[in-house]
Design a protein around this ligand. Structure first.
Ligand SMILES: NC(=O)N[C@@H](CC(=O)O)C(=O)O
Ligand SMILES: [Zn+2]
Ligand SMILES: [Zn+2]
Length: 345
């Protein structure tokens, strides 16, 4: 008999849906599996206020398939011009649920990010007041800091002191990649959580660099050595409610990835829950998938858990080599490979 796995519908607590003509290709797969998703604001120009967030929300909903109830949860991009008033206005819409910190220059489309981190205290006070989480891309950008050390350095230099100064602030360390980040999150109160991606659970830097450079595994923060991958795996195996599903699915056109200066980001949302299911099964903790994917994030954000369910069936299928992406094409994570689980439609 075919093995089936029925779960409370999951949510994706960190996704890039992009904008414009690619929305038609990027929104439906997420809308068909996820109940909600935290939509990252790093558009060009970035989503910096309530008005821009609501307009983006409408553009996303316009691409939601008729059968889906998917709800985009919008975020604001923190810039040097963000004020407590801007945050309060966004919170009042009911559609903007968090604010995202990109240190300027840390990652894709982060040029408008915060240059003056001393401004953070005022912002954190406003967020604590509004009960809104601060989501962080946790990497320093100093040129002298090695790219493999940038997450740890950010935790030590910026985030630890910040969390100590704002003990009630809800803080999500996004897409964690190191043992240090796992330990930091575990050492904090229930107000500090983290998202973990498919690629950081499934791969380490050898997968990206041994035998040739694999640009489709390049994302930020960059894959680390295997001991860090193992720490992330242990975090999900532990079942701690501090860790939850956030794909950081970040599509870039094939040509922008396969380039002399390739973009950072992996496209995993086309089969997010199937990809996580395979990892959890390989780790021997398939029974922990539901809490990671469907409970921990909702509980952290203070949102009700989804009431409907999805079913995965154990049925092999081959990931296409390429997928449409507006006028362009995209190479998904695990392109051409066989996946074991399939979402029942
Ligand atoms: N993760 C990535 O490698 N890229 C993201 C940005 C981000 O989340 O840092 C993107 O927008 O392309
Ligand atoms: Zn990021
Ligand atoms: Zn991201």
């Amino acid at each position: 008999m075919t093995q089936r796995l029925t779960l409370t519908r999951p949510d994706d607590w960190h996704i890039h849906l992009r904008d414009g003509e690619v929305l038609q290709h990027v929104v439906p797969p997420t809308a068909m599996q996820m109940g909600r998703a935290i939509v990252m604001p790093n558009l060009k120009p970035p989503v910096t206020d309530a008005k821009l967030a609501l307009a983006y929300y409408d553009r996303i909903l316009a691409q939601r398939p008729a059968s889906s109830q998917f709800e985009p949860l919008m975020t604001l991009y923190l810039t040097d011009n963000t004020t407590p008033e801007v945050i309060a206005e966004a919170a009042a819409t009911g559609k903007v649920v968090a604010v995202k910190l990109y240190p300027a220059g840390a990652t894709t489309n982060s040029d408008s990010g915060l240059t003056d981190l001393s401004k953070l205290d005022e912002i954190c006070a406003a967020l604590t007041e509004a009960g809104m989480p601060l989501l962080v891309h946790g990497e320093v950008t100093h040129h002298h800091v090695d790219i493999f050390d940038r997450e740890k350095e950010f935790l030590d230099e910026i985030l630890s002191p910040l969390a100590a100064r704002h003990p009630k602030l809800k803080l999500v360390v996004e897409h964690i990649t190191t043992k240090d980040a796992v330990e930091f999150v575990q050492s904090q109160g229930a107000n500090v959580g983290a998202t973990i991606t498919v690629q950081h659970l499934a791969y380490n830097r050898n997968h990206m660099l041994v035998g040739g450079i694999r640009p489709h595994l390049f994302c930020l923060p960059v894959l680390k050595r295997n001991l860090h991958q193992q720490a992330l795996q242990e975090a999900v195996i532990s079942g701690s409610p501090k860790f939850f599903l956030g794909t950081d699915s970040a599509p870039h056109a094939k040509g922008a990835k396969e380039s002399a200066c390739g973009c950072a980001g992996c496209y995993s949302a086309y089969a997010a829950i199937e990809l996580y299911a395979e990892i959890f099964e390989d780790l021997g903790v398939l029974e922990k998938l539901e809490a990671f994917a469907s409970f921990h994030g909702a509980d952290f954000y203070g949102k009700p858990r989804n009431r409907d369910q999805i079913t995965l069936v154990k049925e092999s299928w081959q990931v296409p080599d390429e997928m449409p992406f507006g006028q362009d094409i995209i190479v998904p994570l695990r392109a051409g490979e066989t996946l074991r689980w399939k979402l029942e439609r």
